[in-house]
Write a protein of this length. Sequence first.
Length: 144
Amino acid sequence: MMARNAVLRLLDANANRALEGARVCEEIIRFHVESPRAFRRLRTLRHAIALAVDRLPITALDRVRARESVRDIGRGAPSARVASLERLLLMNFQRMKEALRTLEECTRLAAPHRTSAFQRLRFRTYEVERELLRRVAAVRHHRS
């Protein structure tokens, strides 16, 4: 039972992490880059991640019941100052990719038939990241 609870906690934490990272990226694109196409692409990706999580044979209530935020040993990890919106964008794309990889690996235990969905989302994130970082570089160059 403890292992199942640990897997549920991993799924919960990384679903939240992937969605939070996607939202931060989406908002940076929305308010800094101001590209409707890029914004829609990120929003669609975030919704696809949420849908993949919802399709797990584990309910949101199961994940929340397993959550132990107060006891989480990672809770007090220090956060560093970030120098720019571009750096914040990079950090949150990395956060998404890492969380999606963890979801991919944990579904091998909890829902093997859903593993490929998270793998596809991870690779889709690589492509969206590539496109948007090019766009951010172009915006920076244009505004200089």
